[in-house]
Write a protein of this length. Structure first.
Length: 480
């Protein structure tokens, strides 16, 4: 069992690094944005990114999941057929969307961004078109296990985006225009340099309605599930926009971004997790493997949560020249970070259960469970925001992910029973609660935070969480 875990650990490290590099740019730019923009201006940037994230899900319409599902186990010629039909579909739909955004630019700008700026809607349309197209070669590199090329393109994305933002926002003071233009130019370059990856693998003669329909039959149920997932991401900020003001949205978005450091780790793992369990299958031995992986992943994520809980408020005050990591107007945003991070911890518990719907080919349950999560998000936000503002939105997000994960657990008990190592998971939960409570009662000193940070792994070891085989597997992995 240790061999597959080592393989998954290595793949998670490689693809997780690539994913983190691709998303790291948004965190590297936080000092720039929070020191240059007002909360109202940062709210516009945040809503633009939020809408692009939502539409990226819609414009993939589950076809990316279907392509990976069929591409990984297929032979060479079958792979060409699947890719050709999927890429042609993405090309047509993404171009059509960009044209639609141009036509509706004046109608969409205020509802989407809170300001009247039609040119922003046009820029977003072209950015999304390019992003959809260059996401396909990145998916191929994951499926074919070519991590170095994957990381190389991710690094190029970071360097271009960071450099262009510094040039256009900081040097030329173009404001929100500079942010969107930086994204557009970066997406254009990444699209051009990754295009050969696709061109070498497609064959127009393999275009076939039957192949496309086969992909869509599996992938289309993921569209509503993807929309529901983005509703869970978007609801808090858009309801804050309508129920409070743009300043609150900006401050909430800044705290949300820090909490998303947990999401970086979660999605980095998931980049390797889905191809891994698709190859492993669903036998009883594999279920035992998945249970063990779940325990170890949650232990690592618990440490990430402890770090964010104890160090975020110090991080935002770090001096950077004459400024700080976060502008002073945004310091209050750290209050929501533990709740946002905990929400993504619960999202990880959901992703760890996905072998059930995937391997039984009952992807409809992904849509149903995420639909329940989205409904809970809306209801909880409407109930909590009027009383607690941004904090209410953060708690609503956290609880919604817990509800979604719990629902999938009960579904899996029927379609793919997988008894988790509850004695280990309970230990993680108890230690996290103990550290959370201790933080409120102990002095706010750096050495106290350091002590509590170290206490987490120490308590796991003392409580008997780790087994000898875990250390043996880790030792062999690092020795290689």
């Amino acid at each position: 069992m240790s061999s597959p875990i080592k393989a998954l650990s290595f793949q998670s490290l490689i693809y997780g690094t690539g994913h983190i590099l691709a998303r790291l740019i948004t965190f590297l730019l936080l000092p720039l944005y929070t020191n240059v923009f007002s909360p109202e201006e940062y709210a516009v940037v945040s809503l633009a990114y939020l809408f692009m994230g939502f539409m990226a899900v819609v414009l993939h319409y589950g076809l990316d999941a279907a392509l990976m599902k069929h591409y990984v186990p297929a032979g060479s010629e079958e792979r060409r057929g699947y890719l050709t039909n999927a890429y042609a579909s993405f090309l047509i739909s993404s171009i059509a969307f960009a044209v639609l955004m141009i036509i509706l630019r004046r109608l969409l700008t205020v509802p989407l961004l809170g300001v009247y700026a039609p040119k922003y809607v046009v820029l977003i349309g072209f950015i999304l078109m390019l992003d959809i197209l260059w996401s396909v070669p990145m998916l191929l590199l994951r499926s074919e296990e070519k991590p170095l090329t994957f990381i190389g393109f991710s690094m190029l994305n970071v360097i271009l985006s960071l450099g262009l933002n510094l040039l256009l926002v900081l040097r030329f003071r173009l404001g929100v225009d500079g942010v969107l233009l930086s994204n557009l130019w970066t997406s254009t370059v990444i699209f051009l340099v990754t295009l050969p990856v696709v061109i070498r693998r497609i064959n127009p003669r393999l275009l076939a309605g039957g192949t496309w329909k086969k992909l869509m039959r599996f992938g289309l149920p993921f569209l509503p599930s993807g929309i529901f997932a983005m509703v869970m991401e978007m609801t808090g900020r858009y309801l804050l926009k309508f129920m409070t003001d743009m300043e609150t949205v900006g401050i909430y978005s800044a705290g949300y971004k820090l909490g998303m450091l947990m999401l970086l780790v979660v999605m980095g793992f998931n980049m390797a997790w889905q191809p891994f369990f698709l190859r492993q299958g669903g036998s009883e031995d594999q279920k035992q493997l998945y249970r063990r992986i779940a325990s170890l992943v949650l232990a690592v994520l618990g440490f990430v949560w402890v770090f964010l809980l104890l160090w975020t408020s110090r991080l935002v005050r770090l001096p950077i020249g004459d400024a700080t990591f976060y502008g002073r107007e945004f310091w209050s945003s750290t209050a929501i970070v533990p709740w946002i991070a905990l929400g993504y911890f619960f999202q990880a518990t959901y992703l760890l259960q996905l072998p059930g719907p995937f391997l039984t080919e009952k992807s409809k349950w992904v849509a149903y469970t995420r639909g329940i999560g989205a409904t809970a998000t809306i209801i909880l936000n409407l109930a909590l925001i009027p009383f607690f503002g941004a904090m209410g939105a953060a708690v609503a997000m956290c609880v919604s992910y817990l509800i979604m994960s719990g629902t999938l657990y009960f579904v899996n008990r029927r379609i793919f029973p997988m008894n988790f190592e509850w004695w280990r998971i309970i230990r993680i939960g108890v230690i996290l609660i103990a550290i959370f409570v201790a933080r409120d009662y102990l002095p706010e000193r750096w050495f106290v935070a350091a002590g509590l940070t170290v206490a987490y792994p120490v308590l796991l070891i003392i409580s008997g969480f780790f087994k000898r085989r875990d250390f043996q597997a880790l030792g062999k992995m690092f020795s290689r």
